[in-house]
Design a protein around this ligand. Structure first.
Ligand code: NAI
Length: 327
């Protein structure tokens, strides 16, 4: 099959070319949206990523160019108009799991960096400043950690935090009996929030979870709470988080995802004027750490993403059951 890859970076080309044996791969740096959909002309499938815009208009454009399959090279699919895909008889497949350890470990990296101020220490010593002033942190051991969403990534995260000697509380629509057996306690969200020193988000973005963290839920949290989001940006109401950082209600914020990340993340904008005031305000706080959606970015995860995506495409071409189909 001829497959149009959108939003590609050098590492996408490296991993997909390494594992591809039979398809013609065409790589575009441009994101998939209404302006770029025509690039898929002549292809039978598109391979898209987290910030591509697969809305109803794009779906219509894809159908016109003869696209039969959308192969997402990620787990989330909140950016796809599924009804429109169905209407145009376009199948959607994804990579439901690729190293949950990669994302869970990144969440822990954000916690430790923010707490022990490693980012500041790194810069200080490079300038010959060996002072410890203002670098004081806290023991993670013995702290209460709240985990929202205890699927594949949330479960690994719970295991790691248990290993640190934390008390782990969880909120999910469906309890994960495996982690309950390991001593994780489920509570309703309103009961969990006031008890936690650290809260980490691991649920998908849905209509129900959009702005789950808002002014009201932030006010239920312990003053000075550490909030970590490696899931999807819109789980947090950005302006409510900024206000809470200003008052100290949020004591630390670690985000690998951001509500308006499409125009920023994965691009080198170091020589540009960035018009997004919210991200600039966030980055101005000394207790905020932003990484640009790199939770998944390990060799193991990239290998699985390429292999599973190519297998999904092979299965579609061979008319086999699509084990990783969204619709
Ligand atoms: P999963 O599907 O295994 O687990 C998600 C959990 O969230 C499930 O247990 C589900 O019941 C729960 N959930 C759903 N709706 C909920 C709600 N309203 N309230 C509370 N819990 C709810 O997904 P997985 O693999 O653990 O991934 C979690 C999220 O991590 C993905 O949806 C994605 O947004 C994000 N992700 C981020 C990456 C990164 O690079 N930063 C990479 C991969 C995933």
């Amino acid at each position: 099959m001829k497959i149009a890859f959108f939003s590609t970076q050098s590492y996408d080309k490296t991993y997909f070319t390494r594992y591809n044996t039979r398809h013609e791969l065409v790589f575009f740096e441009a994101p998939l949206n209404e302006k770029t959909v025509a690039l898929a002309d002549g292809c039978q499938a598109v391979c898209a990523f987290v910030n591509d815009e697969l809305n109803a208009t794009v779906m219509e454009g894809l159908a016109k160019t003869g696209i039969q399959l959308i192969a997402m090279r990620c787990a989330g699919y909140n950016n796809i108009a599924l009804e429109a895909a169905q209407k145009h008889i376009i199948k959607v497949v994804r990579v439901p799991a690729y190293s949950p350890h990669a994302v869970a470990e990144h969440a822990v990296a954000l916690i430790l960096t923010l707490n022990r101020k490693i980012h500041k220490a790194y810069n200080r010593v490079r300038e010959g400043n060996f002072s410890l002033d203002k670098l004081i942190g806290f023991d993670v051991y013995g702290k209460t950690v709240g985990v929202i969403g205890t699927g594949k990534i949330g479960e690994v995260f719970c295991d790691i935090m248990k290993g640190f000697g934390c008390r782990v509380l969880a909120f999910d629509l469906v309890a994960n009996r495996g982690i309950e057996a390991k001593g994780v306690h489920y509570l309703p969200l309103v009961k969990l929030l006031p008890q936690c020193d650290i809260i980490s988000l691991h649920c998908p973005l849905t209509e129900q979870t959009r702005h789950l963290i808002n002014a009201e839920t932030i006010n239920l949290m312990k003053p000075g709470v550490m909030l970590i989001n490696t899931s999807r940006g819109a789980l947090i109401h950005t302006h409510a988080a900024i206000e809470a950082l200003k008052t100290g209600q949020i004591g630390y914020l670690g985000i690998d995802v951001y509500e308006q990340e499409e125009k920023l993340f994965f691009h080198n904008l170091s020589e540009e004027i960035i018009p997004d005031d919210a991200i600039m305000r966030l980055m101005s706080f000394p207790n905020v750490l932003v990484t640009s959606h790199q939770g998944f970015f390990t060799d193991e995860a990239l290998t699985q993403i390429a292999q599973v995506t190519l297998q999904n495409i092979d299965d579609f071409e061979a008319g086999k059951p699509l084990v990783n189909k969204v619709i």
